[in-house]
Design a protein around this ligand. Sequence first.
Ligand SMILES: [Fe+2]
Ligand SMILES: [Fe+2]
Length: 313
Amino acid sequence: MKTPMKQRRDMSPLIATQKISRLARKDIDRRLAVCPSLPSLSSINKALQGLLQAEQRYSSHISEIVRRDPSLTSRLLRLVNSVYYGLSTPVSSIEEAVFYLGVRQIRQLTTVTPIIEDFQRLSRQCVFPWRQFWQHCIGTAILTREVITMAQTPVDESDYVAGLVHDVGKIIMAWSFPDHFSEIHRQAELGQRNLVEIENEILGIDHAELGALYLERHRLPELMVHAVRFHHRPEAAVDHQLIIASVQIADLLMRNAKIGHSGNYVEVTQEQCLQASGWGILFPNMHEADQAIARASFNRSLERLPHILEGLV
Ligand SMILES: [Fe+2]
Ligand SMILES: [Fe+2]
């Protein structure tokens, strides 16, 4: 999809009129320091702790929690009605939605809603296919869970949140460096070069490193920082490799299926998903027959995803 990029008028009037030049790290740090902290970032920690609470306890309070938040309520009803679009009478009560979706999906929804809304406010300034971008992020979160489940049983929801925020650097880039961001995406749209390469060339830093620096600055858990920094090269991560590898594979699967839009226009083939470093980390020595089973399972999830995403963003 080709979306014309427009530059933000109120930012950086100096560089808007002259050639955009690559920035030194100290200039990048200086602008990053004024990028606002978002309330939902601190709630990620809280949410993660909250998610570990006994399912039963949460389940009894869930309708009450959802009811207090009108935006969550409407998102939830939209989600259940688009996932179960065949229902003769659309779902209109929270209790019914909880029944259809199950506690886990609602728990995930309560985590993602404030994060998405916060970041949407931040990104509004730059013209970019943000709605498709969020579909890419949420889809990657859902698939990260599916991918990691094939390798081990997840202990909490941190894999899901890691998948959700993996491309946060793109939002930070749009806010902090709108002119660079516009130029980067003008070039990315040509579909000839990888986004990371273009970002490094034009801005002097890529979205993975920028996102990690931002999360570090706002004291997010180390896992989130590492997942963002290494999501394109999990082999370089020292800790949390399985989760980061799952994010890489989920991201590639989303791009291969062309669901949502990551801002990277270079196409990804099925073979590239299987040959990615993360696949080897997750499934070393996997036989061909098992690879086919895994791929079929991911394909089934990918088929369901557009309905889910339609209801969420
Ligand atoms: Fe990325
Ligand atoms: Fe991505």
